[in-house]
Design a binder for this molecule. Sequence first.
Ligand code: AQP
Length: 333
Amino acid sequence: MSKKIFSGVQPTGNLHLGNYLGAIKNFVELQNKKENQCIFCVVDLHAITVKQDPRELKKNIRETAATFIACGIDPAQSIIFNQSMVSAHSEAAWILSCVSRIGWLNRMTQFKEKAGKDKEKASIGLYSYPVLMAADILLYDASHVPVGDDQKQHLELCRDIAQKFNNDFTAPDFLKVPEPLIQKQFSRIMSLKDGIKKMSKSDPSDLSRINLTDNKEKILNKVKKAKTDTLPLPKEAKDLANRPEAENLLRIYSSLKNQNLENSINEFNEKNFSTFKEKLSEALTETIEPISKEIKKLLNDEKYLDTILLEGSVKADKIASKKIKEIKELVGF
Ligand code: AQP
């Protein structure tokens, strides 16, 4: 059955292995099933929910588009565009924010994590971020949304918003209620420095993540310095309990090798970490080095990247402007 796929990545710099294994790798697999229609968005409106340097943002928008292409998203097959070029996203976000309930948003854990202790000083945009995300998805009647595990709660909210809109305006099935597509085994890649913290763009330590722009030397160094524990690798999956770093590294290896965790456990059955880290570095270099070289090559051609984004936004706008027109009619404008 064909799927309508929509997903986004924020152009906030330092795209990393977690973004790749948790999301972008899945985008490419979905695109490669010819019957699927895929839209991949550089969500720059989401990026400004925290302060951005305008020059850096411009650079990061191109870098995110370059990363999509370098990872295998083909602009001839999928729509690649940046959110701010299609005004329907902002319009739909406002209308949907009038449907969404404060109580629903108050439950969002990502806001609590990102706003930290000083919630009063966080932007309103950061608070209503999931409503904009719902607008992104619902404008394209997406049936499936491939995301990392951290976005699961936002997707559930998106489903609630769609259902409430359909009820409030007596328009059954008008907004398509989307399904999440979450890679079960590899949905949350953790920091190389702390196995209970998500690998993240904003971690001040570059050693905590493998960036998709890292070269071989950097990869080797980061794997060498990755936190482990004093035990050898496990014999069985149950021995990974309370060993978050070992589990994370084994999961990363499994995902890169397209094998399940049990196979990797058998492969390194009670070996020491130095043997495993050598193999992990090899697997990482094999996957990341070609991506990183391609990103660098693409970044030398800004005109090409701008054209891809412009052409993508024209295609996206065609779909989104039709939907926002229907939304406005239902609302009574
Ligand atoms: N560590 C991760 N493991 C698995 N999937 C992940 N994703 C992000 N981190 C991991 C998935 O990547 C997609 C794009 O993410 P994003 O750009 O919306 O947000 P982010 O990477 O979480 O980056 P932030 O919010 O800019 O930075 P931090 O986290 O540093 O504050 C999503 O599908 C996400 O699930």
